[in-house]
Design a protein. Sequence first.
Length: 165
Amino acid sequence: MTKALVVYYSWSNGNTKRIALQLQEAIGADIERIETVAPYSGSYDDVVEQAHDEVRRGFSPKIKALSHDASDYDVVAIGTPTWWYTMAPAMKTYLEGAALSGRTVIPFMTNGGWPGHVIKDIESACAGASFGPSMEVQFDSTGGSELVTPQKDVDAWVARVARSR
């Protein structure tokens, strides 16, 4: 039996966390939330502007130590919100130090209508990994938590991931 880990970053409304928890429960995985050492603060718009600056500069914020090591797992699901068409900088930091070569990576992302190239960026950052079914999950475009992607589509993806293990 394969050993699985779900690693995710989620900020404002917990949309990515919501999908991560659904996947974790379905596949019986361990789960790990990435947190930045210096938390983002201010209004939603303040953080959006900070994120824009960080993505533009290629910034990698410091993240808190994690209790699970990806090298101990066969399958690692990676979940991030879309920040300016790519992964959140905290996820970028995680992937820069994660040992994912030889693992199966299951990329998923949440977005507010602009998915960008997040999945492609995750795959590029995971040299030597193979990839399972990916998923783009859309929520409302105002930074809220209203699911736009039909729940049945998310459920079908989760079932596909569970079958592929």
